[in-house]
Structures are given as C-alpha cells and as structure tokens.
Design a protein around this ligand. Structure first.
Ligand code: ATP
Ligand code: MN
Ligand code: MN
Length: 307
C-alpha cells in the first residue's frame, strides 16, 4: 500500500507529463498558490503567452525554495536543465559563445516551474533572428511618489506619440509598479535602429514635458517623475514576459490589457493567477496585435531625431 500511495502522489505531481517535485510547496499565500498550481497555470496560459513569448531567448527568475527565499536570474542553460527547455548558442560581447535558454511550448514553461522558476523575462528578438527586434518595449518606471493615474496618462502619451508616427501599440501592467507599452514589429528592426528609435521617442516625450518625464536612468532626477525606460530595446536586454507571474507578495501577474480596460485599473499589480484564469474565458486583449504589419521607417526615425 505504501508503494501505491507513493505512486498516487507522483501522479498528482504530473503536469503535461512533467513530474513536479514538492508539488504542494506553497509559493504564495493570498491567493494560495502551490508549486503545482503554478505549473498548471503556465500550462494553460501558454496559448495566450507563447505567441509573444516563445522562441525569444529568456531569463528565468528561479526561487527554488519559494519567492520569500533566495531567487536568482538565469539566462544560460546549465547542468540539470530539463530537455523541455530549449537552448540556443549565442555569441556574447566578449566573443565567447554560451548556450542561452528559451521556451518553445507549454511543456517548456512547466519544466521551468519544476526547476523553481517563477518569472519569465524575454529578449526583444527571436532565436532565428537575434539581431533584429520583433517588438519594442517602453517600460514606464514611476518614482514612488507618482500615482498610478499619472502612469496611465504616461502610457497614453507614449501610445499617442507612436500612433502619430503610424505605429500601433499594446499595454501591459507589469505586476509591479509600472506599465509596459509594447510595439510588435512584423518588419523587424536591426537593434541599432530599434534602440535609436526608442531612445529618440523617450527623449522627445521627456523634452516636451520635463516636469513629468525623464529619459535617463538617474534615480535622483526621477523624483516625482516617470522614467521612460527605453533601455529594454537592446540586444540581450529583457523585459518581463506577458502573463509571467512575479515573485512578489500576492503573486501578481504581468497582464496584457486593452487600452479601454487600462482606464479602469487602479494599480499595476491587481491581477493574480485566479484572475488570469477567469480572463482566459474572455477575449484576448492583444488578439488583433497578432496581425499587425508594421515596422520602423526612415520617416519615423527622422521624426524622433534618430535618423
Ligand atoms: P515595474 O513595473 O515594477 O518597474 P518591471 O518588470 O518593469 O516592473 P524593471 O525594474 O523596470 O521591472 O525592469 C524592467 C525589466 O528589466 C525587467 O522586467 C527585467 O526583464 C529586466 N531586468 C531588470 N533587472 C534585471 C536583472 N537584475 N537581471 C535581469 N533582468 C533584469
Ligand atoms: Mn518597469
Ligand atoms: Mn525599467
């Protein structure tokens, strides 16, 4: 009987055919989320997450004992990695080549959870074309004194600037304090171009309203302002993936929202796993972005003094 009971436990600890050890380990307490809950979550959210997050080199935030204990970012595939997590050799700035990890499918997400992953962060380019961005991210980072309503105004301002130039964008609340305004690019941009454009746009916005915005990282100068973090738009930089859970109290999720819904929100960390599971029953707020055909043009670069 002992043996069969053990087998039963193992069966319970199985998600998409991947064995989840310490399946009952509580990762978050309110709402209560165990390790296997997290694995199941990523297993079902994969359909919405992976169109944007698959095949991009990734950094995973691993917290093997849970998010209240030691956590570490990992971008290189290492010993003991499960086969479901894909690897790609990438030449680094020092000329050495290292194996980076990326996610191909739902099993990859689940395997990462088995290895203690809570958060997924992704590059802005895919493994088959590392040198050209398939999206831009404007990561709005408010000084702690700035209200979320003001961050929403900032997101609208970035959207409007982009729209004036002919670029459509989507919004994501980060699960932390800010909003990411994301520009999917079907006609990819060489990193140099992507970075120059993102920097140029951030500078334009901050010059236009220097009381509210800043385009440099300086924490001192951020007082009362929002840093338009354009530095996500570099080869090798990452931003948190849509639908990634955050290793913070309450297990907030980086959540894609429509521009209309954003107006109704009062924080960037208001969605947890149960909320996302409910949202999967409703329309995908980013559905139409999958079909957008857009890229950076010379005129756009010129408009932000970057070309
Ligand atoms: P918030 O809304 O609270 O700012 P965020 O996810 O945008 O949440 P940031 O500190 O602005 O957090 O970081 C933006 C992105 O930069 C992160 O999502 C992450 O991908 C990347 N990043 C930041 N710090 C690190 C780090 N130490 N190692 C790896 N990636 C990092
Ligand atoms: Mn941020
Ligand atoms: Mn940032």
């Amino acid at each position: 009987p002992k043996k069969s009971a053990q087998r039963e436990t193992e069966a319970e600890g199985d998600v998409l055919g991947i064995r989840i050890s310490s399946a009952d380990r509580l990762l978050f307490s309110d709402p209560a989320i165990s390790k296997i809950d997290l694995a199941r979550y990523y297993g079902v959210v994969a359909d919405r997450m992976l169109p944007f997050a698959a095949h991009h080199p990734a950094s995973i935030l691993r917290c093997p004992q849970g998010p209240e204990h030691a956590c570490f970012y990992q971008k290189h595939a290492g010993d003991g990695f499960l086969d479901e997590i894909a690897q790609v050799p990438i030449k680094e700035s020092d000329g050495e080549t290292a194996n980076y990890l990326y996610i191909e499918d739902a099993k990859g997400l689940v395997a990462a959870v088995q290895m203690g992953t809570i958060e997924f962060h992704i590059w802005g380019s895919t493994v088959d074309r590392l040198d050209a961005a398939d999206r831009l991210v404007f990561d709005l980072d408010p000084d702690p004194s700035v209200s979320f309503d003001t961050v929403k105004i900032a997101a609208r301002a970035v959207r409007a600037r982009l729209s004036d130039l002919g670029l459509q964008s989507v919004a994501m609340v980060s699960g932390g304090k800010g909003i990411h305004v994301i520009v999917p690019l079907s006609r990819r941009a060489a990193w140099e171009t992507a970075k120059a454009f993102a920097r140029g746009l951030a500078i334009k916005i901050s010059e236009n309203d220097p009381d509210n915005y800043i385009a440099t990282m300086s924490k001192a100068k951020r007082k009362g302002r929002i840093f338009i973090d354009w530095l996500r738009n570099e080869r090798g930089s990452t931003a948190v993936a849509p639908y990634s859970v955050r290793a913070r109290t309450g297990g907030p999720v980086a959540t894609p929202v429509s521009w209309d819904e954003l107006e109704t929100l009062d924080s960037a960390n208001g969605f947890a796993i149960p909320d996302i599971l409910d949202r999967l029953e409703t329309d995908d707020p980013w559905a139409e972005a999958r079909d957008w055909k857009q890229g950076l043009t010379k005129a756009m670069l010129k408009a932000v003094d970057a070309g």
